[in-house]
Ligand binder design. Structure first.
Ligand code: AKB
Length: 318
C-alpha cells in the first residue's frame, strides 16, 4: 500500500474521533495527525500525533502543512444545523472560509486527496422527500445547508478547474456510541440511547412521525474510507454523493428500543426550532450513484444498529 500522511482537521467531533482511530489502524498511528481547536478530552492524542488547528487561521494551517507534508486532508470542522441557526454568521465563516482555505492550500501544498463532508441539509422544502435523488431541486433554508450546498459547488469547481482530487459524502444523521454529536437536528437519535439506559425515558425534541435518513457510524466510516480509497475514475461525482442506510421516525426508534428496555417511555416536546429544520429535510435518500460508481453498500439497519448501540454502551459503562 502507498504510504500516506493524513491530517484530520476537526478530529474531536463525532466523526473525527472514530475516523482517526480507523485511519490509524490502516495507515499506522504516526501517519495520521489528529487536529482540532482544543486538546481532545480522551486518549487518542497519546495514540498518535495531535496538533491544535484552527481552520480560519492561515499561519496555523501552513505550520501544520509544512511540518507534516500530508498527502491527504480530511476537513471535518463545522458548525451543524441547530448551532448554525443560533450563530448564522459564524457558521457561514467557519463552514465556508474553512473549506476555501483548505482547497487553496491543497493546491499550493500539492495534497493528493481532500475529503470534506456534506449533508442531507443541502436539500430543502422543495426537494422530493422520499428517495430524494442525487440531482433535484435544492433550496436549503438553514445556514448549515446553504454552506454545505455552496461548499459542494466549490469542491466541484476546484476539481474541474484545477484538477483537485476532492471527494465528499452527504451524510444523513449519524448514530454512534463512542462520541456524542454536537448541535445537529438528528442528535436525538443518539441522546435517546443514553437516556434510555440512564433513566428509562426520553423527551424527544422532534415529533413522533418525523422521518429522517440515518446511518450507524460504522457504516459512515466505512463509506468515507471506501470513497477515499476508490480509484479516481470511479469517483464520478465531485460535488458530493448521496449516501443512505436506513430511515426512521422517533416513534419507530422508540419501538425498537423497547425490545431491549421494555419499560422505556418516550414523550415529545413541542415548539422546538429543530422541528422546522427536520421538516425541510428528506425522509429517505436515493444513493444509487454511490452504489453503482464505487460499490457502496450499508450493513446496519435499524434493528442491528440498536442492538449494537446497547451492546457497546452497556459494555463501556461498566
Ligand atoms: C445535523 O443534524 O445537523 C447533522 C446533519 C444531518 O448533517 N447531523
Amino acid at each position: 500500500m502507498k504510504k500516506e500522511t493524513i491530517v484530520v482537521i476537526g478530529s474531536n467531533g463525532q466523526i473525527g474521533t472514530e475516523l482517526v482511530t480507523n485511519l490509524r489502524n490502516i495507515h499506522g498511528a504516526s501517519n495520521v495527525v489528529a487536529s482540532d481547536i482544543k486538546e481532545p478530552g480522551y486518549d487518542f492524542k497519546n495514540a498518535g500525533p495531535f496538533e491544535i488547528s484552527d481552520v480560519l487561521d492561515k499561519d496555523n494551517l501552513q505550520n501544520i502543512l509544512t511540518k507534516y507534508k500530508p498527502t491527504q486532508i480530511y476537513l471535518l470542522a463545522a458548525l451543524l444545523s441547530a448551532t448554525g441557526e443560533q450563530r448564522p454568521k459564524r457558521a457561514w465563516e467557519l463552514n465556508m472560509d474553512g473549506l476555501i482555505n483548505i482547497l487553496d492550500y491543497a493546491l499550493e501544498y500539492k495534497i493528493e486527496k481532500v475529503y470534506w463532508p456534506s449533508s442531507i441539509a443541502v436539500f430543502g422544502p422543495n426537494s422530493p422527500k422520499n428517495n430524494t435523488p442525487q440531482y433535484c431541486a435544492m433550496d436549503p433554508n438553514t445556514v448549515y445547508g446553504i454552506s454545505k450546498l455552496a461548499g459542494e459547488r466549490w469542491c466541484e469547481y476546484y476539481h474541474q478547474k484545477y484538477g483537485l482530487d476532492v471527494r465528499s459524502l452527504r451524510y444523513p444523521g449519524l448514530i454512534s456510541w463512542k462520541s456524542q454529536p454536537g448541535g445537529g437536528t438528528t442528535d436525538y437519535a443518539v441522546h435517546i440511547f443514553h437516556e434510555a439506559l440512564k433513566h428509562g425515558s426520553y423527551e424527544c425534541f422532534l415529533s413522533e412521525n418525523t422521518e429522517l435518513p440515518m446511518m450507524y457510524m460504522d457504516d459512515a466510516i466505512r463509506a468515507t474510507i471506501s470513497l477515499m480509497e476508490a480509484e479516481s475514475d470511479k469517483v464520478k461525482i465531485r460535488s458530493s454523493y448521496n449516501i443512505g442506510a436506513t430511515s426512521f421516525t422517533p416513534k419507530t426508534l422508540a419501538e425498537e428500543i423497547k425490545k431491549h428496555i421494555p419499560d422505556f417511555k418516550i414523550t415529545y416536546s413541542e415548539n422546538d426550532p429543530r422541528q422546522a429544520i427536520a421538516d425541510s429535510w428528506p425522509k429517505s435518500i436515493d444513493d444509487s450513484h454511490a452504489r453503482n460508481d464505487w460499490g457502496w453498500n450499508h450493513e446496519f439497519d435499524l434493528a442491528e444498529m440498536t442492538a449494537d448501540m446497547f451492546k457497546n454502551l452497556k459494555a463501556h459503562s461498566q
